[in-house]
Design a protein around this ligand. Structure first.
Ligand code: 4NP
Length: 160
């Protein structure tokens, strides 16, 4: 059974499609495409149907990473479809938890940066939408560190 992961941010056009694209990249590098199903979603529907933000796409492309998909809103039904729901910030965490109807579903939700070896304590992926180019590169740096650790933990769970 593949491990199913949904990355979640606010608009599903900047941070979560970047996390999804970086995860696809590191999973492919490891030859583990068959072992994962990856998706992303937004807690808001403002940008539903849109491709990833062109600034995110350009910053990813400079690193050889392809962003794909169309924005969609995260739904309560997604808890049944995914094993892990990884949220980009604490606002996303509150919005997603408000949709969870069981402790099993709540237990699937974690802050993405819990996997960031450079983060100390609960940390958000900063929203780059209203900022400059640097913010998009910072998101990519965070995603590269966090996705590599995430993959390592899923392949060899700590404590096993
Ligand atoms: P994201 O960034 O949550 O990383 O996709 C945003 C995209 C759009 C908006 C806010 C954040 N917006 O307000 O439209």
């Amino acid at each position: 059974m593949p491990t199913r992961i949904c990355f979640v941010c606010l608009g599903n056009i900047c941070r979560s499609p970047t996390a999804e694209g970086v995860m696809r990249h590191v999973v492919r590098e490891a030859g583990l495409e068959h072992a994962f199903e990856l998706d992303s979603a937004g807690t808001a529907a403002y940008h539903a149907g849109e491709p990833p933000d062109r600034r995110s796409t350009a910053a990813a492309r400079r690193r050889g990473i392809v962003l794909s998909g169309r924005a969609r809103q995260f739904l309560a039904a997604d808890f049944a479809r995914f094993d892990h729901v990884l949220v980009m910030d604490r606002d996303n965490h509150a919005a997603v938890m408000a949709l969870a109807r069981s402790s099993e579903h709540k237990g699937k939700v974690r802050l993405f940066r819990d996997y960031d070896p450079a983060a100390s304590g609960p940390a958000d992926v900063p929203d780059p939408y209203y900022g400059g180019e640097h913010g998009f590169d910072e998101v990519l740096d965070i995603c590269e560190r966090s996705c590599r650790r995430l993959l390592a933990e899923l392949v060899e769970p700590v404590g096993d």
